[in-house]
Design a binder for this molecule. Structure first.
Ligand SMILES: [Zn+2]
Length: 87
């Protein structure tokens, strides 16, 4: 009669242990993901001019330093700026 509780107790402890491990793993993964996300954010703050800007006319990305600023929008060329502003 004493064998039963002795058998079930380690099973419960094992289950608790597994739950604890899973919990720790999830927390570790979340911390890791948060770390990489903030690292990426830090890396994306490149010096001015290295930033990529979307040309609203032809939908291409151009370097900010190479882009043409017209009426608050950046364009890859004067032609795109002219076309966009004449719309
Ligand atoms: Zn363009």
């Amino acid at each position: 009669m004493r064998i039963l509780p002795v058998r079930t107790e380690p099973l419960l402890l094992r289950l608790l242990f597994i739950v604890l491990i899973v919990y720790i793993l999830i927390r570790a993964i979340k911390a890791y993901l948060a770390g990489t996300r903030s690292a990426k954010r830090r890396r994306s703050t490149t010096p001015e001019g290295e930033e990529m800007i979307l040309d609203p006319q032809c939908q291409t990305y151009v370097l900010k330093k190479d882009a043409i600023l017209q009426a608050g929008n950046y364009f890859c060329s004067r032609e795109c700026a002219k076309l966009f502003l004449s719309r």
